[in-house]
Write a protein that binds this ligand. Structure first.
Ligand code: HMG
Ligand code: MG
Length: 309
């Protein structure tokens, strides 16, 4: 089996993770988390979303989070990192550009029903909404990424065929979206299924421009990560402390925990550029803020080891 020597992790905890918390997390704590992630070596992260505050109140402090990141005392820490944000429409993009985002994410779905629930429009309408966002982002020198939700299963439609994933990947490629993430939003997929979804995305994007984005609802996310790693995928999106879920995918839990992915990769001799101990510090910090243990086997094990040392 041939594995890559280095894997690139995009940390999505501050966005995918904290968008789903029942209680509002203060911008100050979001910034505290991001600081610790940067200290652990994270060089690409989703800071927040510029979405309707009525739809996702947890992200309504997007401008404050971005302003806090740009504070002079964080400049050195932030300098090597790419700050990514979600922007479903032109309103979001304009706010993201004003806030200094370096990459914007348009988020579509392979499922019609999920598209309606999440962004209140059909897949075709979402593509028409994203097209000017992508063009304006590129005109402003900002990178673009596309997320494709529900690539194996949908909470409303059930199984999703790989052809539906290929269809969205094709439309995103045609509008110029630079890279895409294949997401198992509700964490129902198993290794062969996520491989099939990834193969569908690879009909339109090369291996360097696809990422795995796996939620862990059914405990499959690490296996799914390994399954697409074996296909040569080198980009993964994960969430510190396994935070998260999507407010429009009821019952879906967090993404695979960054610490768990990093522990596995380092154990396989694959470099991530990340410091596992400092990731555990970040997981510990946000878990204390939220008042619960990290949803990461590695963090729990390492924190137990620390406390018994
Ligand atoms: P809509 O209600 O159809 O939009 O929502 P609208 O254009 O009619 O606007 C309604 C109101 O929202 C208006 O305000 C707009 O100004 C405002 P009002 O006049 O009523 O006061 N509005 C905005 N405000 C701030 N920023 C904006 C914005 N746009 C409109 N960008 C819309 C359509 C797409 C806006 C809405 O459905 C929405 O915001 N959805 C976001 C849902 C979301 O964030 N979901 C979670 C992220 S996706 C995810 O987690 C999956 C992922 O992790 C991958 C995976 O795991 O699958 C990425
Ligand atoms: Mg997600």
């Amino acid at each position: 089996m041939h594995y890559p020597s280095r894997v690139h992790i995009t940390e999505v905890g501050p966005r995918d993770g904290l968008q789903n918390e029942k209680t509002m997390v203060a911008a100050e704590h979001k910034l505290g988390l991001i600081e610790r992630l940067l200290q652990a070596g994270i060089r690409h992260f989703e800071a927040t979303s510029f979405v309707s505050p009525k739809w996702v109140p947890q992200m309504s402090d997007a401008t404050d989070v971005m302003a806090g990141l740009r504070a002079p005392e964080r400049a050195a820490l932030l300098a090597p990192a790419t700050v990514s944000v979600l922007t479903p429409n032109m309103k979001g993009l304009q706010a993201a550009l004003a806030a200094g985002a370096q990459e914007v994410v348009v988020f579509g779905a392979a499922s019609e029903a999920f598209s309606q629930k999440n962004i209140n429009c059909s897949i075709a309408q979402s593509m028409a909404m994203f097209e000017p966002v992508v063009a304006a982002a590129h005109a402003a020198g900002v990178a673009t990424r596309g997320a494709i939700s529900c690539t194996v299963g949908c909470p409303y439609e059930g199984d999703i065929a790989p052809a539906q994933v290929a269809n969205v990947a094709r439309m995103m490629k045609a509008m110029g979206v630079q890279r895409i993430a294949v997401a198992d939003t509700i964490g129902v997929g198993t290794p062969k299924q996520v491989q099939a979804a990834m193969e569908a995305a690879l009909l339109h994007y090369d291996i360097e421009h696809v990422a795995g984005h796996f939620h862990d609802t059914y405990g499959q996310a690490l296996s799914n990560t390994l399954a697409v790693l074996q296909m040569g995928v080198r980009h993964f999106e994960s969430s510190i402390a396994g935070l998260g879920g999507c407010p429009y995918a009821k019952g879906a839990t967090g993404n695979v925990a960054t610490e768990d992915v990093v522990y596995m990769l380092h154990g396989m001799g694959i470099d991530t550029g990340l410091d596992l101990d400092q990731l555990v510090d970040a997981a510990d910090y946000i878990s204390r803020v939220l008042g619960r243990a990290p949803n990461s086997r590695v963090s729990v094990a390492m924190l137990n080891k620390r406390s018994s040392a």
